[in-house]
Structures are given as structure tokens and as C-alpha cells.
Design a protein around this ligand. Structure first.
Ligand SMILES: C[S@@+](CC[C@H](N)C(=O)[O-])C[C@H]1O[C@@H](n2cnc3c(N)ncnc32)[C@H](O)[C@@H]1O
Length: 243
């Protein structure tokens, strides 16, 4: 998949060179392009922002250089791309969003700065996404987060192809607790079932833990989680104070 980021800081490419993202790029599974709207600014200071009509604080990203950036990337790529505006006013980004976007051949993320975008840029985008109900300086961190969430769902990117299936939010549940060596740490042991070697029992314990942990931390997720009637009945009979 091709990831494109329109940003005033196109030098932020190091992020794509590290860890599994970097390895996937080396293998040719992913590619990254950053592009600055300043390349399409026409004055000698390469201005891409201006004061808001009607007055008020802050500066607004101008439509012409941003739309020119979108067209420039379209021409470079040749094929289609889903164009995503990053904004705290957008739809919340979720795991299901990542799953949907993982089917696209290319994604173009538009990062704002300052007060945000001239409203007329919106009609050039396919959708608007928010990383959460808070405000960042710019869209770059949101783009990184969304790119990671999408990239790790693509075939071949994760070493262990099982990993994304059991993870938090993939099944509508939070993931079960993990332990690794040593078996005892500062007087705290591990659940004995994990040493039993009985894989069926371990899987059943993990499933129960995932359900209980979801109820304790994010009970609203259980409404849409993939639970059997038997599991829901078991949960009703399992006292919360035991968690
Ligand atoms: C300081 S913010 C502008 C916020 C804007 N004035 C508003 O109230 O909606 C600058 C840029 O950061 C990015 N940004 C900030 N918070 C974000 C969030 N929660 N999700 C995605 N992008 C965000 C957007 O690209 C935004 O244009």
C-alpha cells in the first residue's frame, strides 16, 4: 500500500524507517511519500497560510497550495487514493476504520496546522478523521497513528500472522493479560494455568480474561462484542468484585 502525507514538515520520514514499518517498506509491501504544500506556494516566502476572513485569532491553511498538492500526488501516482483530512472535527478513528482503509490501494493524509483548513478544501477530500477528542498542534501524529494501525493489518507486515486477530478491538474485546519470564517477579507470580501446558484450557482462560477485562475497563464495548449466549450468561453470573 502507498501512504502519502501532505504536511508542512515533509522531513518527518524517519518514522517510516524504523521497526516493522521500515522492514515492510524494505520488502516493498508499503511505500511512503511526503509532500509539502509550500512547493505550490507562489510568493517568495512560500506562504501557505493567511489570516481568517472575518477576523479572529490564528492562521488558516490556504486552499490553492493544498489542492495543488492533492493534484500533484494524483498525477504522480496515476491510480486512485482515498483522501483523508485529519481534523478533531472528523469521525473518530477506530480499529474498524483501520480495517476498512486497509483495503485501499493508497491513502493520502492531509495534515493541518495553525487553526486548520480553508473550508473549501473539504470538498476535495473523501473523508475526515479524528484521532480522538483532543487537539494536537498538527495532523502528523494522527497520520502516523492511523498509518501504523492500517499497515499492521496488511498481509506480510507482521511477523506472526495470528497477531492482529486476537488483539484488543479486533474481536470487539480488549486482549487478555500477558506474562513472560521470570515466573516470579518481586514476589508476584503468574496464573498457574499458563504453566499447565494444556492449550485448550489456556485458550479458555484467556477468553474469560478478555471478557472480564473488557467489562472492567470498557463495559460499553460488550454491547457489540462477539460473545455467545453462553458467555453472556456466564458473565451475568460472574460477580464484578472478583475481577
Ligand atoms: C490546532 S489544530 C486546529 C483545530 C481547529 N481549530 C479546530 O478547532 O477544529 C491544527 C491541526 O491539527 C490536526 N489535529 C489536531 N487535533 C487532531 C485530532 N484530534 N485528530 C486529527 N487531527 C488533529 C488537524 O489537522 C488540524 O487542522
Amino acid at each position: 500500500m502507498r501512504f502519502e502525507i501532505i504536511t508542512l514538515f515533509p522531513e518527518i520520514t524517519q518514522w517510516f524507517e524504523v521497526g516493522l514499518l521500515g522492514k515492510a517498506a524494505e520488502k516493498g509491501l508499503l511505500s511512503f511519500v511526503t509532500h509539502s504544500p509550500r512547493e505550490h506556494a507562489t510568493d517568495k516566502h512560500r506562504t501557505v497560510d493567511d489570516a481568517p476572513y472575518g477576523g479572529g485569532s490564528g492562521m488558516v491553511l490556504k486552499a490553492p497550495p493544498v489542492v495543488a498538492s492533492l493534484r500533484h500526488l494524483d498525477a504522480l501516482r496515476g491510480g486512485p487514493s482515498r483522501k483523508i483530512m485529519l481534523t478533531p472535527q472528523g469521525a473518530p478513528f477506530r480499529q474498524e476504520t483501520a480495517r476498512r482503509l486497509a483495503n485501499e490501494p493508497a491513502l493520502t493524509f492531509l495534515c493541518g496546522r495553525y487553526e486548520g483548513f480553508d473550508e473549501r478544501i473539504r470538498s476535495h477530500m473523501d473523508e475526515e478523521l479524528s484521532l480522538g477528542d483532543f487537539v494536537l498542534f498538527g495532523g502528523e501524529v494522527a497520520a502516523f497513528a492511523m498509518i501504523e494501525a492500517v499497515a499492521r493489518l496488511l498481509p506480510g507486515v507482521l511477523g506472526n500472522s495470528e497477531s492482529p486477530v486476537e488483539e484488543s478491538h479486533s474481536t470487539g474485546l480488549l486482549e487478555y493479560p500477558h506474562y513472560t519470564r521470570p515466573a516470579e517477579f518481586e514476589g508476584e507470580g503468574i496464573p498457574p494455568i499458563l504453566l499447565s501446558g494444556n492449550h485448550a484450557k489456556i485458550a479458555a482462560w484467556r477468553r474469560e480474561q478478555a471478557i472480564l477485562r473488557t467489562r472492567a475497563r470498557r463495559p460499553e464495548l460488550l454491547d457489540n462484542a462477539d460473545l455467545s449466549e453462553q458467555e453472556r450468561e456466564w458473565l451475568r453470573n460472574h460477580p464484578e468484585e472478583e475481577e
